[in-house]
Write a protein that binds this ligand. Structure first.
Ligand SMILES: NC(=O)c1ccc[n+]([C@@H]2O[C@H](COP(=O)([O-])OP(=O)(O)OC[C@H]3O[C@@H](n4cnc5c(N)ncnc54)[C@H](OP(=O)(O)O)[C@@H]3O)[C@@H](O)[C@H]2O)c1
Length: 253
């Protein structure tokens, strides 16, 4: 293992200690993990709490062995690395996603926003953080970004008409940005119900944002596409009724 500095034996994280019904969360002292050959150890500057994590604390459906520290989405500085790591260097500022069946880096003491914890992440789930992005903003990205990325690349083709329900949600607003600004979609349509999420979907690049509680979205999309429907739908709302409605908007190419 390559390492830059003295690393403590343990840290006080935030997580759960029971298998199921792990809420409310508690402070739990855990060993600082050692990176395997394909992993880096990150001193956490900021971590975020993905909704998945408090669901895991309640249901533990991935079968993690408590105590578990939350904060899988994180950003910080690489302080140690396994022998097989070559794309990220010690001292690099990074954003990363820790393994779903392992520990995150949410620390109970120290600075605000998770600073001072330690977590391991695989090299392929670790990227160098652009200097223009704060640690705090970078820590909000990994899991939502990867979910949008894995779904849209390479499915969206330049010029496509794309419908992304819930474009003001965590995954949705990144999917809208990717489709509209990175993949060259010709038209991005979205939906939401609250003024905040509708505004965020618009700000993210959706040209039309409908209210799924009020509008007949399938009819609106039929009007916008001369009855053809959209080329691609990415529905990250996890609403069964929403899926039924969304299926009516697709052109089936
Ligand atoms: N967060 C992650 O990293 C991640 C990763 C993979 C999968 N997922 C899954 O993806 C889903 C969304 O997660 P999220 O974190 O992005 O949640 P979120 O931030 O709560 O976003 C959900 C969005 O969906 C909108 N919505 C709800 N019902 C809708 C409907 N019938 N039609 C159109 N829009 C609707 C909501 O809009 P309003 O609030 O305006 O009603 C909200 O903006 C969840 O099922 C989650 O399990 C999440």
């Amino acid at each position: 293992m390559k390492q830059t500095q003295t690393i403590p034996e343990t840290f006080l994280g935030v997580g759960y200690t029971r298998d199921r019904a792990g809420l409310p969360l508690e402070a739990v002292r855990v060993p600082v993990p050692r990176p395997a050959a394909d992993q880096v150890l990150i001193r956490v500057a900021a971590s975020s709490l993905n909704p998945l994590e408090y669901k895991l604390a309640d249901l533990n459906f991935i079968g993690r062995t408590p105590p578990v520290v939350l904060g899988l989405d994180l950003a910080g500085v690489v302080v140690a690395a396994g022998q097989g790591v070559s794309g990220v260097a010690l001292g690099d500022a990074v954003a990363a996603m820790a393994d779903l069946n392992g520990d995150g880096g949410w620390v109970a003491t120290g600075g605000s926003g998770g600073e001072g914890g330690y977590a391991v992440a695989r090299e392929f789930l670790t990227v160098r953080k652009p200097p223009s992005l704060s640690f705090r903003d970078a820590a909000a990205l990994p899991m939502c970004f990867l979910s949008a990325f894995a779904s849209l690349y390479p499915a969206v083709q330049a010029g496509d008409t794309v419908y992304i329900p819930g474009g003001g949600g965590g995954v949705g607003h990144l999917a809208v940005q990717m489709a509209a600004r990175a993949l060259g979609a010709g038209l991005v349509i979205s939906s939401g119900s609250t003024p905040q999420s509708i505004a965020l979907a618009r700000q993210s690049g959706a040209q039309h944002v409908f209210n799924y509680k009020r509008d007949d979205i399938a009819a609106e999309i039929a009007k916008l596409t001369s009855g053809r429907g959209v080329d691609l739908v990415f529905d990250a709302t996890y609403s069964e009724q929403g899926f039924v409605e969304t299926a009516k908007t697709n052109a089936r190419r």
